[in-house]
Structures are given as structure tokens and as C-alpha cells.
Ligand binder design. Structure first.
Ligand code: ZN
Ligand code: ZN
Length: 364
């Protein structure tokens, strides 16, 4: 599918402006002119129940997009679910005007510039224990980080949960224990912890607000979780201007699939609420029936600096939260360094064991 390419021309020199994390506005890389991006406040959330009947329409669809670079005229293919990139030939920012059924409503714009992100990454690599020395060299040769806006679904829900279970209160009982000490059998008294169980039931309620679930398939959720939480207050209404010069992806997982993930998270929070409500020293939950209401969702983009490096034939990825600089990454270990430390520990241990002998050798 051919898509139109959006571009933001500099009012002073006509060059293409890019989003600048440092200024949080559009910036002309040639003449330095900047232009504010105005924010609007109307943000409608989707009603979840109503949207479920439109599931098929809202589900992610793979579309092969291509667009013509407004500067060099070359045709550029977009990767699956990508809607913004830079021209492969002249590096011009390309933002496609095509969106799936649900457009992002909000965006958290980049605030950490690439230079700062690179410094954060170098510090992180430097702080890793047992990282191979060559790793720093691999990272130094990395020219560019990928600045990418990732798709998320954010869910709201109110919940009321009736539960039944058991409350366990600990008490101690003195019991006689037979023991054999030095071949002689003795009876000793001992305190044993026991639990008195009483049946309980009750109701807990909790409201969830903006629970984020990644809608991307490329970056592992376990890595993403480590750069959370996402700041939700500074989010802006989505505008293409924030994307100019960056990569951006559309949702590759539907809101309905992601809602099941959200329900799992909400249920584990509710379970903790129930345990607190039951009290006592131990709790058992026999049944819990959460009833969710007022469920809403919104499609939002979050900023991530990322790259992956190859080290000894394996791919490692790392991420930096583009708003607050939190880092997460996969890392190789240097087995040589670990083996070195283990042999040093063994050496110290055996030195301690032979301490008397060593003292004798040195004449102490
Ligand atoms: Zn300009
Ligand atoms: Zn081009």
C-alpha cells in the first residue's frame, strides 16, 4: 500500500524539522529554528465492552506500507507495523499518514536526547560485573541508537471482589521431643508453631487507572517491564510532530488480547488486597469473584532508546526509557572473569585452612 508521507517544513529555511527531546518541540537541524507543538487536552477513552463487539475491525492487521521520500524521491518500505522511520538513502524523517483502526490518542514524548542516552548506556555497561572487556569496544563502535515509540494499551477498570477463604493465626505449643545426645536418650521440651484456621469471607474493591500493557511483539515484555513505570502525567495528545525523526510502531497485539494480560495483573493485585483484608499470620483464598466495571482503554505511545549488539554470535538488546532514563538490558558474562574470581575465592579459602602452616612458613 502506498502511503502519504507527512513532513514538517521549517518556516525559516524550508528544511524538514525533527522532534527535539531537549527542547520538546520541533527543531530545524539546519538553521536551528524551533516551533512549539501545541497540546490539546481532550482525550477520549474507548469503552471496552462496546469495543469488544468490534473486535475484528480493531484487531491488528499487517499492511505492507511504502512511501516516497519527500527529499530524494526514493521509495521506502516500512517494516511490519512500523509507521515512522528515516529515509534509507538520505536520512530524511518519514512519518506515514496511515494508521490502523485505532489511532494513538496519547504520546509520552522523548525527553532524553540521544547523546544522553548513549552516556547512560556506557555507564551501565561500565557498571556490569563480569562483563567481557571487548563489550565496551563493541558498544563504542555502535554509531546510532534507535529512538522508537512503542505501542501500549492502557486500561482503566473498577473492581469489586467477593471472596471466601481461611484466616490462619499462629500459636505455639509445648511438646515433648525425644532426642539422642551422646548415645543417651533424653526428653526435651520444644515450642512448635501451629496455625488455628477460621473461615472468613468478605468484599474488597479497587480501581485501576492507566494500567500499561505493551502491544508490541519485537521487544520482550520482561525487558520492557524493567524500564517501567511510565510517567503518565506528562503525556500529550498524540501528534505526528513528536514522531518526526524517530521510529514508531503501531499495535501488533490487539486490545482484547492485551486486556487478558491486564486482567491477570489486576487479579494478582486484588489477591494481595484480599490477603491484607483477611489479616492474621497466614491466609488461604478458596474463591474470589472479581466483577469489573467501567472498563476503558486508550492507545498510547511510549519512547524507548534501544539497540542490539552481537557478541560471540548472540544477540543482546538493551533499552532506555526515553523519558526518565531508566535502563534495562540483556548482557553477556565473561566466564573467564567468573572463573578467575572463583579460583581467587578458593585460594583465599585454602589459605585460611592452612593459616597455621603459612604462619609457620613465614616464621610467625
Ligand atoms: Zn530551518
Ligand atoms: Zn530520501
Amino acid at each position: 500500500m502506498k502511503v502519504e508521507i507527512r513532513h514538517f517544513d521549517c518556516p525559516a529555511c524550508g528544511a524538514m524539522m525533527v522532534y527535539s527531546p531537549r527542547k520538546m518541540s520541533l527543531l530545524c537541524p539546519y538553521c536551528g529554528t524551533d516551533k512549539l507543538i501545541d497540546d490539546e487536552t481532550d482525550r477520549d477513552k474507548f469503552d471496552l465492552r462496546k469495543s469488544f463487539s468490534n473486535r475484528a475491525k480493531f484487531s491488528p492487521k499487517k499492511v505492507n506500507k511504502s512511501g516516497k521520500c519527500p527529499k530524494c524521491g526514493a521509495s521506502n518500505e516500512f517494516e511490519e507495523f512500523a509507521f515512522a522511520k528515516r529515509c534509507e538513502y538520505c536520512d530524511t524523517p518519514l512519518v506515514s499518514d496511515y494508521f490502523q483502526e485505532i489511532k494513538p490518542s496519547e504520546i509520552l514524548p522523548f525527553k532524553i536526547p540521544e547523546k544522553e542516552a548513549k552516556a547512560i548506556f556506557k555507564d551501565w555497561i561500565g557498571s556490569l560485573w563480569f562483563a567481557p572487556n571487548e563489550l565496551k569496544r563493541v558498544v563504542d563502535t555502535q554509531k546510532r541508537l534507535d529512538g522508537v515509540y512503542l505501542p501500549y494499551w492502557l486500561f482503566d477498570a473498577n473492581s469489586v471482589t467477593a471472596y471466601s477463604g481461611m484466616r490462619g493465626d499462629a500459636y505455639y505449643e509445648t511438646v515433648n521431643v525425644r532426642r539422642v545426645v551422646n548415645g543417651v536418650e533424653r526428653v526435651e521440651q520444644e515450642q512448635v508453631r501451629k496455625i488455628r484456621w477460621t473461615p472468613v469471607s468478605g468484599v474488597v474493591s479497587r480501581d485501576f487507572n492507566d494500567l500499561p500493557i505493551p502491544a508490541d511483539l519485537i521487544i520482550k515484555p520482561s525487558l520492557l517491564r524493567k524500564i517501567e513505570p511510565w510517567d503518565s502525567k506528562p503525556a500529550r495528545k498524540f501528534k505526528d510532530e513528536y514522531i518526526s525523526g524517530f521510529n514508531a510502531r503501531e499495535y501488533a497485539r490487539g486490545f482484547d488480547t492485551c486486556y487478558s494480560d491486564a486482567v491477570n495483573i489486576m487479579e494478582s493485585v486484588i489477591e494481595m488486597d484480599i490477603r491484607r483484608d483477611i489479616g492474621g499470620d497466614e491466609q488461604e483464598i478458596n474463591s474470589m469473584n472479581p466483577v469489573f466495571s467501567n472498563e476503558k482503554f486508550i492507545h498510547k505511545l511510549f519512547p524507548v532508546w534501544t539497540t542490539h549488539f552481537r557478541y560471540k554470535g548472540k544477540d543482546y538488546r538493551y533499552l532506555i526509557n526515553g523519558f526518565n532514563g531508566r535502563v534495562s538490558g540483556e548482557r553477556p558474562y565473561s566466564y573467564f572473569k567468573i572463573a578467575g574470581l572463583i579460583s581467587l575465592i578458593l585460594l583465599i579459602l585454602s589459605a585460611i585452612a592452612y593459616w597455621d602452616q603459612i604462619r609457620a612458613w613465614f616464621g610467625y
